[in-house]
Design a protein around this ligand. Structure first.
Ligand code: HEC
Length: 139
């Protein structure tokens, strides 16, 4: 996706973007996500903040991810992406999320946002079981 954004979609004109949007609309899409559960989000945030009686997935999240994506799981706008509503997190198939945890990610460099903030990969640091517990908590 980084390459697509850097070399293609960041150079699209408004007309190009409207044409792509019209095509995607024509294709239809997934049913809307479930209504956002604010209470569940607040309960998770409170539990991660208190850091008591954590599940293994919650502990792994605080230790490895919380510094950038925060206990709110909302990151910081334009810098660290929000995870709780992210398509990659909520997709039926968890492959993309697991791949991101193992290999990390890097923001594309474009004319408007030239810096390329990076997320490290955790494949060397976490066992398969830990990655599974972490991904299960995040999903
Ligand atoms: C050093 C800061 C940092 C840490 C630590 C970090 N991330 Fe990230 N993460 C980022 C950045 C920056 C991006 C955006 C990269 C991009 O735009 O492709 C990102 C992107 C992601 C994405 C993709 C979001 C999307 O909408 O595409 C997921 C999922 C993710 N991180 C999960 C995690 C998990 C799980 C952990 C802990 C194992 C973690 N991150 C640790 C900085 C971090």
């Amino acid at each position: 996706m980084k390459s697509v954004i850097e070399h293609s979609s960041s150079h699209m004109t408004d007309a190009d973007l409207k044409a792509v949007a019209a095509y995607l609309k024509f294709l239809g899409g997934n049913p809307p996500l479930q209504a956002y559960n604010m209470q569940a989000q607040q309960a998770t945030e409170a539990k991660l903040t208190a850091a008591k009686n954590l599940t293994e997935g919650e502990r792994l999240y605080i230790d490895n991810c919380g510094a950038c994506h925060f206990v709110t799981v909302k990151g910081a706008p334009g810098i660290f992406p929000e995870l709780d509503q992210a398509t990659i997190v909520n997709a039926k198939d968890p492959t993309g999320l697991i791949h991101t945890i193992l290999e990390g990610a890097q923001q594309p460099s474009t004319e408007k946002t030239p810096s390329t903030l990076a997320m490290p990969g955790f494949g060397q640091r976490l066992s398969d079981d830990e990655v599974a517990q972490l991904a299960t908590f995040i999903r």
